[in-house]
Design a protein around this ligand. Structure first.
Ligand code: SF4
Length: 255
């Protein structure tokens, strides 16, 4: 399987809003993606031509299992992450089954929201997931992900949340806020999420990336998080960066 890296630890802070202690996750960052976001990923440009993630390399599954053993023993949750696990469905299932059968651990997953079938297959092995909601309309998702408009894209995300709700899997919905993000569009996402009790909504401020012409947001995202949380009665958070981040949870859900 192609991976970008397999040694990063991040905290699942959003768990706090559901009364769980934030826990460390080992991030298995996969080496291909079906989206082509011009702001990929974090502070750098890592997406290459086609589906490739720059600097991804081949790793044998046995090697991955060895790393997993070490990290589960150290108390870490295993998270499959982007690139995107939907590019490696059979390997993702193999890893999920390994974690469950050998260690009794359900995994976590970060996914761009395009593949209900991936989530359906992995569902029995999932504890919590992070799902991208990159825009309120198929056109907006296509623009942010630099792909063709897929009329089913919003339906796909909602189908994923539905499946997770029915099986008790917690969902951290992630939306990057740009300078031209429309407030009404955010309201439309908030309205959809308000039908669920297993959903947390993480807003991320866009940090400019060389070669990407999206404008950075000027707003105070914490104020935005509180407002959306109040309006739609769902927990909303703000994450300023991936590692060593400040993580803010809307005040009425942070106790
Ligand atoms: S979905 Fe994530 S990994 Fe894929 S291109 Fe977009 S930012 Fe990069």
């Amino acid at each position: 399987m192609k991976i970008l890296q397999i040694n990063e630890i991040r905290k699942a802070y959003f768990l706090k809003a559901f009364g769980r202690e934030p826990e460390d996750m080992l991030i298995i960052s996969m080496g291909a993606c079906n989206y082509n976001c011009s702001y990929c990923k974090r502070d750098g440009q890592f997406k290459g031509n086609g589906n490739s993630i720059l600097n991804a390399y081949d790793v044998a599954m046995d090697e991955i299992f060895g790393v997993i053993d070490k990290h589960i023993t150290a108390g870490h949750r295993i998270r499959l992450s982007g690139g995107d696990p939907c590019m490696f469905p059979s390997e993702s299932l193999q890893i999920a089954k390994y974690c469950w059968n050998k260690h009794g651990q359900k995994i976590s997953l970060a996914h761009n929201g395009s593949s209900p079938s991936l989530i359906c297959t992995l569902l029995p092995y999932l504890d919590y997931v992070a799902i991208d909601f990159k825009g309120a309309t198929p056109e907006e998702i296509a623009r942010r992900s630099n792909t063709l408009v897929n009329p089913a894209s919003i339906g796909n995300i909602m189908q994923i949340i539905d499946m997770c709700q029915q099986t008790g899997v917690l969902v951290d919905i992630r939306t990057v806020i740009f300078g031209d993000t429309d407030t009404d569009d955010l309201g439309s996402i908030g309205h959809k999420l308000s039908a669920y009790n297993n959903v947390f909504w993480t807003l991320r401020k866009y940090n400019p990336v060389i070669g990407c012409d999206f404008l950075p947001a000027e707003n105070d995202i914490r104020v935005m998080a509180d407002r959306l949380s109040n309006t739609y009665n769902i927990p909303v958070g703000y994450r300023d960066k991936w590692t060593e981040c400040n993580f803010y949870i809307s005040y009425q859900f942070c106790a």
